[in-house]
Design a protein around this ligand. Structure first.
Ligand code: HEM
Length: 204
């Protein structure tokens, strides 16, 4: 009985870690595309009829940069999984007693003005050099880092790229008639989600 209970408990968390995160990121993604319509005209390297695969990110540096910026700017995992300190420790001069609960503050990293040119602005250039090549940034840590880094990072990256690139290749997104304002505020939970919204998907 005990083993099954533990497995189910873990499964519930796993289900959330694996589905809610990617879904919320895609919700943010489409919302930003409506907010910044110019960005919707991504690259035109691929034929509209061509299906986009994960390997195509190499040929689509701008699209790849936009997805990275969506992950950074939406900050869905503002706070990582809590840790408990197993022994007395000193970190950067701060004393942390055994038993202390420590929360990784990922928010502080993805908006750190020392690492990002315009931390509070949606700006895909954060991930592009002057020639338009994709460049990573060491403060890009939405999946956290270290021993408990997101186990699904590769799946999440693959899913996000394939879904986002194929959606943008097939459709343009607009606010429904009569809707003028976009609510970019978040709903605070285990992750930061956008408020429910509607939009029009128009076939390209
Ligand atoms: C946009 C998508 C995602 C983001 C931003 C994200 C982010 C994170 C973060 C910040 C953590 C905590 C790491 C830490 O505290 O150091 C985490 C843990 C985890 N994530 Fe994700 N995640 C995403 C998608 C996924 C997916 C798709 C899966 C499953 C296929 C997944 C599975 C997990 C698991 C199992 C853990 C716990 C790892 C551990 O504690 O050892 N995640 N994720």
């Amino acid at each position: 009985g005990k083993v099954i209970k533990v497995a189910l408990g873990g499964g519930g968390n796993l289900w959330h870690a694996c589905t809610e995160t990617t879904t919320a990121t895609l919700y943010w993604a489409l919302l930003y595309m409506v907010q910044y319509p110019d960005i919707q005209e991504l690259e035109t390297v691929l034929e509209p009829s061509q299906v986009i695969y994960y390997k195509d990110r190499k040929n689509l540096p701008y699209t790849n940069a936009v997805i990275h910026e969506i992950l950074r700017y939406s900050n869905i995992t503002a706070v990582g999984t809590p840790r408990q300190c197993v022994k007395d420790a000193t970190v950067l001069g701060y004393r942390i007693e055994k038993g202390t609960i420590v929360l990784p503050n990922l928010h502080s990293v993805v908006y750190d003005p020392e690492y990002w040119e315009t931390p509070w602005k949606f700006n895909p250039n954060h991930f592009l050099d002057s020639d338009g090549n994709f460049v990573n940034n060491e403060a890009f840590l939405p999946f956290s880092a270290g021993h408990r880094v997101c186990l699904g990072e590769q799946i999440a990256r693959t899913e996000l790229f394939i879904f986002f690139a194929n959606l943008l290749r097939a459709f343009t997104f607009q606010l429904p008639d009569g809707v003028k304002k976009i609510n970019l505020g978040y709903i605070l939970g285990a992750i930061l989600k956008p408020h429910p919204y509607r939009l029009h998907a128009i076939r390209r």
